[in-house]
Design a protein around this ligand. Sequence first.
Ligand code: GAL
Length: 699
Amino acid sequence: MEKALHTRNVLLGVCYYPEHWPQTMWEDDFRRMKELGLQYVRMAEFGWALMEPEEGVFDFSVFDRAFDLAHRHGLNIIVGTPTATPPAWLTHRYPDTLNAQANGISYEHGSRRHYTYNSSKFRELSARIVQRMAEHFADHPGIVGWQLDNEFNCEVSEFYSAADHAAFREWLQAKYGTLAALNEAWGTVFWSQTYTAWEQVHLTRNVPSDSPNPHLKLDEKRFFSDSVISYAQMQADIVRAAAPRHWVTTNGLFGHLDSHKLTDDMLDFFSYDSYPMFGRTFPDGGDNPLLDRRFSMSLSNVRSISPNFCIMEQQSGPGGWVNRIEQPSPKPGQLRLWTYQSIANGADLVVYFRWRTATFGTEMYWHGLHNWDNRPNRRTREVERIAEELRRAGQAIAGSRYEADVAILRDYDNEWDGEFDKWHGGYDWTSTLAWFKRLQRRHIPSDMLFLNEQTTLEQLNRYETLVYPHPTIMREETAKLLEAYVQGGGSLIIGCRSGYKDETGRCRMTPMPGPLAPLCGVTVEDFTRAEPDGSSPSFTLSTEAFDTFAAFSSNGFAETLAVTSANAEVLGRYDDSSYMSGEPALVENRTGEGRTIYFGGVFSDALVDQLIDRLNIASPAASLLELPEEIELTVRSQDKPMFEGQSNGLRIHFLLNYSNRPAAITVHCGATDLLTGNRFAVGTAEIEPYAALALVFDE
Ligand code: GAL
C-alpha cells in the first residue's frame, strides 16, 4: 500500500513543550497558535521522566492538561513516544540499556539518544511506557497521530554495547546459518581473521589503524538498520493495537537506517525534519554550490519514501546548540521560501520547530518562532502570511504529486559500503550532487529512486532517464532489471567503479563493470585514481556528438574502456595529456529501444550539462516559462480539475527564488499565483528576493 500522507488541505503546525513553561502560559500559547493559523501541535516526545518519574509509577497529568487545552483551542495533536530520552533512574539502574562506542566506552545519561535498541531491558521498559501512553491517550479527542521516538539514529547511528554484540551474532546466525558461510562471505582467510566459534564474532571493536574487515562493516550497518526497524515495529504494534484511529509516523532522515523499509513495514507515511541553515555553505564541492537549496535533494529522498509527506520539524529561527551548530537568522522571506520549498517538493503538512525558544538547556539558542520575550516578530508575521496563503491555495495543492521524468538511482548497500570504502564512496556524492545541481539549475525536476529487491520495472518505466552514478555493489537481478528498462526505451547513465562488487562487498573476478558490462557495451581495461595533487586524466568529447572542443576532467577517477558491443559509439576519448591518450572514456550503447551511456570517471557539472543536451532533457515548463538559474522549478499535479470551469487536471508550477536579488522571469502564457492571487500577463516580470510562487497557467 502506498505510504503517503493524505490531507484535504496543506496545513501548518508547531512543536510545543508544555513541560518547559509555567502552566499559566499554555492557554495563551494555544490560543495564539490558532490565531496565527496553525492547526497542528506536536508534544510529549521527550517527556518520559515526567510520565514515569519512578519505575512503574505513571503520571500523565502534565500532558493530560496540555492536550485538553490544545484540543479546546481546536488544535490537532501529534503525540511523540518519549523513548529518545530515558529517565536517569532507568539507565542508572539498568546500565546495560546504554549504547557504547566501538572502543567499549559507554554513553551516559546527560544528553539524549544514549540508549541501545538491542537491550532487552530497554525494550521491555519502552514497550511499557508506550503501552501505558497509548492506552491512556487512545480516546483523547484531540489526538490525530503518533510519532515513534524522535529521529531514530540522529546523533548516534552506531551501536557497540554488549547487547549489540550479542544481537549481531544472532542476526548473523539467522543470515548465514553456519560459521563457514560467514567466514566465506567476509573473506576471513585474509589476515587469519577466521572465526572458529560464534563467541569470537563481534561488531567493530578497537582495532589497529581503525581498519576492521570491510565486509563486516557492511553487514554491521544492515544490522544497525534492522535493529531500529524491529524496535520501531514493537512500538508501532503497541500504538496501533491501543489507538487504531490514529496514524503512525516517525521523523528522519538519518544514517544506517533503511527508512523505506521502516515506512513500508509499519508507518502510514514518513516525516522529515528540515533544517536549512539559511545560506550556510555546505561543503558540497565545486563552484557555484547549491547552499541551502540543497535541501530539495533531501526532500527528494523523502519523497521517494512517501510521495506526500509531513515535515515534522521545519527550521524557523536562528539555530544552534550552546556549544555547536551556529546558524544565522532566516532573512526576511527565507522562512516562507523554505516552507514552500518543503511544499513544492511534496510536503502537505509543515510543523515548525518550535513555538518558543527554550530559556534553558542545550538548545536555548535553537530559536523557534518566538524569542524568549514571547512577542510577535517578523518570523511569526511571515508564518501568519503563509497560513493566510494556504487558506487560499492549500486545497488545490494537497494530494497533488511531484512530476519528474528523470530519476537519480540510489540504494542503501552502496551508501553504507561507500561510507567505509574510500575507493568508491566519495564519488557517489560528487556525481549525485553534480546531476542534482545541474538538473535543478536547468529547471528539470528530478526524483531520487531507491532500488531494492522489491523494485519493479513499472517503477523504473515512470522515468525517461535514469542516472545511477556509481553502483559498485550490483546484484545480477538488478542488472537484469536495468537491462529490461533500457530494452523498453529508457536512457540509463552509469559512471565509473560500477558493478565490481557482489552483495557481500567482495570483488568479482569478471571484467568491470561486472554484470552491467553487456548493457554498457564496454569493459574496463585500465584505471587510476587521481594523482596526489588532485589531477586526473582529461578527455574530449566527439565533436560529431557534441558541440564542444573543451577538455573535461575525469574528476577523481579514470577508467579506459574497451568497446564490446557492435551497437556502441565512443562519445569521448582521453586526450594527449595522459598515458591513457586516445582510449575511450565515454561510450553510448544501444540495446532494444533504449541506450546506456557509460562514463569511466566521476561526473562534473560541465559533463552533466553536455549529457543533458545529448539526451534532449528539457524543462517541462520550457514552453511556458523562462527562468534564471537561481530559481527552482517544481511541478505538482492533480489528475482531476480543482476549480470551477477547469476541464483538465491541475498543474501547479512552484517557483522558488533562492537569490537575495529580484529575479526576472518571462511567462509565455497568462498565469495566476495561487498563493497571492496575483496575475501574470504574457511578458517579463520581476519577482522578489526569496519569493515563492505557485503558478497555474491559463488553460
Ligand atoms: C532535531 C530534533 C529536535 C531538536 C532540533 C534542533 O534534530 O528532533 O528535538 O533537537 O533538532 O536541534
